[in-house]
Design a protein around this ligand. Structure first.
Ligand code: PLP
Length: 369
């Protein structure tokens, strides 16, 4: 069986370093909001090229807290609108709803699966306060065009970078391409903890300060509550493990690029559409969190591959506007998003996948028409 992602093998590569990190935390006697979190925040900010990184409990909270902080700072209020792609993971949209803000869906580009900048302006109203580009599958959105629109209409740009640690646009990394960015360290992400974790990056000092308080009961100083905050902290043990994983992230990304390039060069089947690289402004724009192909015979292909011992996944099977959680959108049409959801299939890819396995997958796909 070739698994979609072998997390055990992936973390086994760093077993000794991970155990050393755990031991350090256990022996420190300090398990929340301590030195490991502080050091990870410094190292992750440096990696992204931002002034600040703030560790939080997960990626959804990172996005929720960015919007919440903008509300506390008087930049947004209940009922304001946030533009978000119609084909994203539900967390991007939940973060907006949970703040009593209104998600306004914009269709993606059918080739890159990223929000289509040419469709943003028509959705802007007097209530629009932000746009949330999602660097889906590990490729950055067209941030030059999105930032231009945001500047023109005075909108905040909030990146959902949960799938794009280390991805870049021209000379900057994701996390440093807008006003603020949310990251997830869910175990399967390119930078994954051994449990939940997340972070916000930003260059905005006021925003960083507000989020630092909001994640910790709204408090900068013990027993003094500036805001009605939440408990959303990054555990010391996860921070220590993430410091280890961060040191190896670029190498993991390189290994993913080798597999992605092998797929791109060797999959030859007229029924299959390979991923399209967005305008190649930089070689490093894509970090291949997912390698997603598209075919009208998706379900048949998935079954055929599984019958031959290859596990694939669908990211994602049901678009947000068709979810039970968002009944109010059931009659709205997002045909491009629907087509993508009906046709995409994610092939196995990771830093521990052998060339032999990749070759086997390609052979099977090329045989099946
Ligand atoms: C994983 C993910 C999130 C949420 O991250 P969690 O850590 O699971 O809360 C948000 N947005 C996107 C695009 C994701 O892939």
């Amino acid at each position: 069986m070739i698994p979609f992602l072998d997390l055990r093998a992936l973390n086994a590569q760093y077993r000794d370093e991970l155990i050393e990190a755990c031991t350090r935390v256990i022996d420190s006697g300090w398990y929340i909001q301590g030195n490991e979190c502080k050091e990870f925040e410094k190292e992750f900010a440096e990696y992204c090229g931002t002034k600040y990184a703030i560790g939080v409990a997960n990626g959804l909270d990172a996005l929720i807290l960015i919007l919440r902080a903008y509300k506390e700072l008087g930049i947004m209020s209940d009922g304001d609108e946030v533009i978000v792609p119609s084909n994203t993971y539900i967390a991007s949209i939940l973060a907006i709803s949970q703040n009593n803000l209104v998600p306004v869906l914009v269709e993606p580009d059918i080739h890159t699966y990223l929000i289509d900048p040419s469709k943003i302006e028509e959705k802007i109203t007097s209530k629009t306060k932000a746009v949330m580009p999602v660097h889906l599958y590990g490729q950055t959105c067209q941030m030059d065009r999105i930032n231009d629109i945001a500047k023109q209409y005075n909108l905040k740009v909030i990146e959902d970078s949960a799938q794009a640690h280390g991805a870049s646009f021209v000379d900057k990394k994701s996390g440093n391409l807008g006003d603020a960015s949310g990251f997830s360290f869910y175990p399967g992400k390119n930078l994954g903890a051994l449990g939940d974790g997340g972070a916000v990056t930003t260059n905005d000092e006021a925003l960083a300060d507000a989020i630092k308080a909001l994640r910790n009961y709204g408090s900068h100083k013990k027993y003094e509550n500036l805001y009605k905050g939440v408990n959303s902290r990054l555990d010391e043990i996860q921070a220590a493990l993430l410091r280890v994983k961060l040191r190896h992230l670029d190498n993991e990304i390189e290994k993913r690029r080798v597999i992605a390039n092998y797929y791109l060069e060797n999959i030859k089947n007229s029924a299959i559409i390979l991923p399209t690289l967005a305008r190649t402004l930089s070689k490093n724009s894509h970090v291949w969190h997912l390698f997603v192909i598209r075919t009208t015979k998706r379900d048949k292909l998935q079954k055929y591959l599984l019958d031959h011992g290859i596990e694939t996944l669908i990211h994602y099977p049901i678009p947000p506007h068709k979810q039970n959680a968002y009944k109010e959108w059931h009659n709205d049409g997002y045909p491009i998003s629907e087509q993508i959801h009906n046709e995409v299939l994610s092939l196995p890819i990771s830093g521990v996948q052998s060339l032999e396995d990749t070759q086997k997958i390609v052979k099977l796909i090329n045989f099946k028409v």
